[in-house]
Structure formats: C-alpha cells, structure tokens
Design a binder for this molecule. Structure first.
Ligand code: GLN
Length: 392
C-alpha cells in the first residue's frame, strides 16, 4: 500500500506547541506555566445554568448561528462596552471557541494566493489556517523590548495581492494592547488598500494598569471591513467550553457561518444559554478577573526577576514574555526543553510563533510564562526557577 501522508495543506505545520508542552508538564510533574488555561473556573452561577440547561432539554442541535438569547447577549455586550450597535440576527454568529471563528473566517473569505498580513509572533492556529485556506501569510514583527506596532513594517508588508489583515489585540504572546494611534494606522492601511481586517480580541477584558482595549470595528470607516472575534473562554475562565463569537457586517459574519456550518454545524447547546447568562448577569467578572490577574502578573514578574530572568511587562492577556539571553541562552526552545529537568517548570518557547526562527533579533531568545494560574502555583514555579541552575 502507498504510505499514508498528510495532505499538502498541512505540510510543514508542526503539532501545536500548547499540547506538546502541557504533555511535557504532565510527564515530568512540572509546574505548568505554559499553556494558557486558568486553574480556577468561572462563576458558579454560570456553571449552574449550564447544568440546568443540560437537565432541561438543551441537548439537541442549537440553531446554526447560535441560540437567540446568546446572540442577543453578545449584542448587548458590544453595546455596553464599546457602543457598537449590532442586530443579533444579522451581525452575530456563535462559534466553537474563537479558534473555530478564526478557521471559519479564513476558510470562508481567503482565496488561494490571497495574502494575509499577520502580527508576529502569531498564535499558531493563524498560520495553520491561513495555509489550509490556501492563503499566504505576510508577518509584521512586534519586537522586544516594547513590542509596539511598526507602522512602516505594516505598510511594507502590504502588496497588490494583500486582501486581509489578521490582527490580535490584546496580543498573545507579547501582552501588547494596541493603542488608538496604532489602531488608526491599521485602519488607514486597511481603507487605503481596501483590506478586510479579522481581529481576534479574546483578551479584550484582560488589560492592566488602566490600559483600555479599543475594538478596531469602532474606528471611523472600519465597521464595514472588520470581522471581530471573541469568546467566553478567557473573559469568564471557561476555556474548555469553546464558546466564541464573530460579530460584524452581515457579509463577513455570513462568510463565517458559510464555512462553520460544514465544520461543527452548530456549537454546544447547553453552554450557550449559560454564556448568555454570564454576559448579562456577571458583567463585572472579567474586570475583577483582570484586577486579580494584575496582582498575579506582578508576582510572576518579581519571581522571574529574582530568578535572573528579564521579563517584559504585559499590558494585557495573561502571559509575560521574557528573554533568556541574560542567562546565556540564545535559543528559547532549547531553554524550554531543558527547563523541566533543570527546574520542574514548563514555559512556551516564543520562537515557534515566528517565520524566521533563527533571527536573533526576533523571538529566538524569548519564552512565554502564563500567570492565569493560582498564586500558589506561580509562587511554586518561580521558587523552583530561583533555586535551579538556569545557566546555559
Ligand atoms: N490560547 C492559549 C494559549 O495561548 C491556549 C490555546 C491552545 O492550547 N490551543 O496558551
């Protein structure tokens, strides 16, 4: 028999680093400061609502675009936080997490050869899905130490074949929250070159030190060309529920639904009413979570500093990037692979989120630590790091 091989659309795509590093943490009994999932679940009342829905018949297919109560709650959420008015029947579709939103958006919109400008370091699913859609990625690198958007680099990345910008703010893994000036620059480029922007805003509520998240869709001239993606996973600490949503003009949301219906068809019926309840009745949960995360961020940063690791202060998300150069390492992947044995800690090598993984000026020396874990877990992690010999 002819040997089975992976379809070319997946060629060169490595297995997701998050699965790999969580398995490494399990295998070695390490403190997992790698994959971003919280140790503590979201509001008990929201879980109770999911249980109630399970016990009261929400166990068959949900409507394709999502249950009306959730679509209405999402519309209210966008109105309340950002003053964006949505028609829940036309401008909202529920997805199986933001990851499916990204997949459906790219499969529903990108044609073979279309170029997609994407911030680098990028979330790994962006690369896989741009390739599966037949698109070509054009990275724009956010560089240490401040990881700001280089507008000249953004402009330089646009060619006559560019059709999309895939944005992410608050940005995983750097923690950058794009400011109004940076967003305006993105908007200017998008309007000038007639581009559609797909924007992943799953960390929209997890910002620190008074930093404000501004949705690109609210900028003048951007509504009609912006598809906004978010989810309940990060805001409400239900990453395993996989309830996300796409909002925007009917044509863009329709493209998501057009692709989504052939992938998952519909998403978790009993979880949707529970997320609707979360959005409507637990509106303060995400802000309180952010305040608590800010304390845990500082705990992590202090601990890393004590262990001789220079970390950059994130404005948002629940990740902090750090350079391992001061410890004598030029390769963050080698560092992360040695870390379980050296210290009993797992972190994510940022270099796998770059096109050029050898670029010393890019992300080769960066690693990402998650601080969505319990304080004791973070303390345990940094104590282990401080005790260990981390030199190259
Ligand atoms: N978004 C999370 C992270 O960046 C994990 C997502 C995943 O495991 N696919 O760590």
């Amino acid at each position: 028999m002819t040997p089975i091989r992976l379809a070319s659309r997946l060629e060169g795509i490595r297995p997701t680093i998050f699965t790999e590093m969580s398995a490494l943490a399990m295998r070695t009994g390490s403190v997992n400061l790698g994959q971003g999932f919280p140790d503590r679940d979201g509001p008990p009342g929201v879980i109770a609502e999911a249980v109630r829905a399970l016990q009261h018949g929400a166990n068959q297919y949900a409507p394709g675009p999502g249950v009306p109560s959730l679509r209405q709650a999402i519309a209210r959420h966008q109105q309340r936080h950002y003053g964006i008015e949505l028609d829940p029947d036309q401008h909202v579709v529920v997805t199986t997490g933001c990851t499916e939103g990204i997949a459906a958006a790219l499969l529903g919109l990108v044609d073979a050869g279309d170029e997609v400008v994407v911030l680098e370091p990028y979330y790994d699913s962006y690369v896989a899905m741009i390739q599966m859609a037949g698109g070509v990625r054009r990275p724009v690198t956010l560089r240490a130490p401040d990881f700001r958007l280089d507008v000249a680099a953004l402009r330089a990345a646009v060619t006559p074949r560019t059709r999309f910008i895939l944005l992410n703010s608050p940005h995983n893994p750097t923690g950058t929250v794009l400011g109004r000036d940076e967003l305006q620059a993105v908007a200017d480029v998008a309007v000038e070159h007639d581009l559609v922007v797909i924007t992943d805003e799953v960390y929209e509520h997890l910002t620190f030190d008074g930093t404000e998240h501004v949705p690109l869709a609210g900028l003048p001239g951007m509504w009609e060309r912006t598809l906004t993606l978010s989810s309940a996973g990060k805001s409400y600490s239900f990453t395993g529920w996989k309830v996300g949503w796409a909002t925007g003009p009917a044509e863009l949301v329709g493209a998501v639904l057009a692709a989504k219906q052939w992938m998952t068809f519909t998403s978790g019926s009993p979880l949707q009413p529970a997320v609707a309840l979360a959005l409507d009745e637990e509106p303060d949960f995400p802000r309180d979570l952010a305040r608590d995360l800010e304390v845990r961020r500082d705990l992590l940063l202090r601990g890393l500093a004590d262990a001789g690791i220079t970390a950059y202060v994130p404005e948002g998300t629940y990740f902090a990037s750090a350079s391992v150069r001061d410890l004598g390492w030029s390769d963050g992947l080698a560092f992360c692979l040695a870390l379980p044995e050296r210290a009993g800690v797992v972190a994510i090598p940022t270099q796998v989120f770059y096109d050029d993984q050898t670029d010393a000026d890019g992300g080769r020396h960066l690693v990402r630590f998650a601080f969505c874990k319990d304080r004791e877990v973070i303390e345990d992690g940094v104590t282990r790091l401080a005790k260990a010999d981390l030199s190259a």
